[in-house]
Design a protein. Structure first.
Length: 118
């Protein structure tokens, strides 16, 4: 089992920055990809960014050039640096982890609220 705990959310003005962190614990050796999802009120949860254990990344078109995902395998921590934030980035952000040989995200954090004011 893997436990994920997010932190770093909050209220920021448009154009500002936030950095989210996700601390992982448990059977970390079983994890390959990790990602950040978000869910805004009345909308479906969407993938924001993902990163493999080797560091390959992919991003949603809406955040390319503004957000950067990274991971510190030694610290078992995932990060999401969010710059040039927009009101439409307002959502609950979730950290997720995928086991090796899995095709789906198997573990989820509790979420952290990000609110961007105009």
């Amino acid at each position: 089992q893997v436990q994920l705990v997010e932190s770093g959310g909050g209220l920021v003005r448009a154009g500002g920055s936030l950095r989210l962190s996700c601390a992982a614990s448990g059977t970390i050796f079983s994890i390959n990809a990790m990602g950040w999802y978000r869910q805004a009120p009345g909308k479906q949860r969407e993938l924001v960014a993902a990163i493999t254990r080797r560091g390959s990344t992919n991003y949603a078109d809406s955040v390319k050039g503004r957000f950067t995902i990274s991971r510190d395998n030694a610290k078992n921590t995932l990060y999401l640096q969010m710059n040039s934030l927009k009101p439409e980035d307002t959502a609950v952000y979730y950290c997720a982890a995928m086991e090796i040989a899995s095709m789906n995200y198997d573990y989820w954090g509790q979420g952290t609220q990000v609110t961007v004011s105009s």
